[in-house]
Design a protein around this ligand. Sequence first.
Ligand code: NAD
Length: 256
Amino acid sequence: MLVDNKNIVIMGVANKWSIAWGIANKMIENNANLIFTYLEERNKISIEKLLEKENYTNYMLVKLDVTIDEDYENAFKMIKEKYGHIDGMVHSVAFAKKEELSGNYFDTSREGYLLSQNISSYSFVKASKHASDLMNEKGQIICLTYLGGERVVLNYNVMGVAKASLEASVKYLAHDLGKRNIRVNAISSGPIKTTSAKGVGEFSKLMDGFIKKAPMGRLVNHEDLGNTALYLLSDLSSGVTGENIHVDCGYSVLGY
Ligand code: NAD
């Protein structure tokens, strides 16, 4: 029970395929108190159904559209009122317009560029500020990123650039919050079929290529990501901050 009775905010469960749901499941197994933020009413209903199946009742659900400043204020105020403090936050939120996720990167529109940065990267900065205000010592913050932030991945385009800025934010936030013993890390996941991932051009082809090349010869799964999140959200990773841990069956070590 590495996160026994810890209050953890999970941002980004849309449905059972969401990476955030894999992480939430692992937290439930380990007796955490979960607070879910959601974007739309249908996400809220999905989360309630998923939790009912797990017989998990010890949770809070709060709306947070990451593009709306007042939503952060309201959400974290409500969380403070109910829990007093939080121990961890998982940011698993991203968005880019489908038309920006294929073709040439140089065709990216200003609007599309700013939108993906706003939702996928700036939101992490803003949420970390609010979350860390409610954290005591040993708080932990994590986000989800992808290899396309470090290297060119076909069609990932504007989202790759948003991930690059997200990964840089991890380091700057780790620096800001380190003095308060709050740690900030990223998990770089291999490709997983989720609602968001399906928006990336030729995603199935990318997954096929991944299985053929990854040293472990398979895709990553929710369990792999939940395990690493558990490590990062617990004291097992007590000396680790500003890191980007690749959970990708070894794919990122390849040079071919
Ligand atoms: P997903 O579609 O299940 O999750 C994305 C979430 O972002 C959804 O819950 C959606 O509601 C939320 N979101 C979008 N706009 C929002 C807004 N304005 N306000 C609040 N929430 C908003 O997809 P996923 O693949 O589980 O994505 C989760 C994270 O994992 C993302 O950061 C993604 O880039 C990252 N990731 C995914 C993969 C993959 O292959 N699926 C690989 C590496 C990293």
